[in-house]
Design a protein around this ligand. Structure first.
Ligand code: ZN
Length: 293
């Protein structure tokens, strides 16, 4: 690690320890996708208020939009007055170059998503990322199977979606040794059309046989009891992205509609922050991570 990396990482944690504790104690750490400084602040302050460990999650698109150094600046600024364990995690990334850039800039965790590749290739790429990340004390999430929906520039159609195979999952985890594993279990990215069909038996089998903390993708729109059941079966990380995209826009629009002659942007930003933070706290409470910092 160079000095810049050390400086940034002094206060960020990787996901490894926080997810192990969550797995052992049957709760889940929320991973919330941020969009800008205001939403990052909402994640950190929600975690502070709830005294919960939290994962600030960035899509590859958001990282490319702002650049690594801007995001690291916001996170460092917020960490300086924060006491809860916080990880900065790169969500679904297919690009090894971008993963390397994020690790160099100070991210404490990354996800390699090579799930669209044939099994052996996914395994090799995921291993390569673990070899890049582990010496820097950066945790790694890897995916197997195909999660339906749109996440960033990754589009998976219904007919192409398939659940992770338990035997392949065991081999994959034994060889890659990720800190967090994302098997496709029937959840979907984006907004659910109709009732989601979660393969609970598959989740239970994979979680038990791999013993790796499981990440639940496509969290937005799942019923409270679905979250609880998935967490009880081994999900230790829950991703929330789409819900925050809605809160981000709706928080802004609702305030403006209610005060449509007022042009005070700071009030609008504040309304957006409050909408985001309230939604995040609700999820932290539901996942059982409140008070676990
Ligand atoms: Zn996802």
């Amino acid at each position: 690690m160079n000095d810049v990396e050390k400086d940034t990482r002094m206060t960020l944690e990787n996901m490894s320890q926080m997810l192990k504790e969550a797995q052992d104690n049957k709760y889940a750490v929320g991973a919330f996708n941020i969009l800008d400084y205001n939403s990052t602040k909402a994640v950190v302050q929600a975690a502070e208020d709830a005294n919960a460990p939290v994962i600030i999650q960035t899509s590859a698109k958001t990282v490319i939009f702002w650049g690594c150094s801007a995001i690291i600046c916001w996170v460092k600024e917020l960490l300086s007055s924060s006491k809860v364990p916080i990880a900065l995690h790169l969500d679904h990334c297919k690009d090894l170059q971008l993963i390397a850039e994020c690790i160099k800039a100070g991210w404490s965790s990354v996800m390699i998503d090579a799930s669209s590749k044939p099994f052996e290739e996914n395994l090799a790429l995921s291993r390569q990322v673990v070899e890049m990340a582990r010496p820097k004390d950066v945790s790694v999430e890897a995916e197997l199977g195909a999660i339906v929906g749109v996440e960033d520039d990754i589009h998976v159609k219904q007919q192409d979606a398939h659940l992770a195979d338990p035997e392949q999952a065991i081999r994959f985890c034994a060889q890659v040794k990720p800190d967090c594993f994302a098997p496709a279990i029937g959840t979907a990215h984006g907004v659910y059309k109709g009732e989601p069909k979660i393969a609970y038996d598959r989740l239970e089998e994979i979680a038990a046989k791999t013993a790796i903390p499981i990440a639940l993708h496509g969290g937005t729109g799942l019923a409270d009891d679905v979250f609880k059941k998935c967490i009880s079966l081994g999900c230790a990380k829950v991703n929330i992205s789409t819900q925050l995209k809605y809160a981000f826009i709706d928080g802004f629009v609702a305030y403006h509609n209610a005060h449509n002659t007022e042009y005070n942007p700071l009030n609008v930003i504040d309304a957006q922050f409050n909408k985001l933070k309230a939604g995040i706290i609700e999820k932290i409470n539901l996942f059982g991570s409140a008070g676990k910092a």
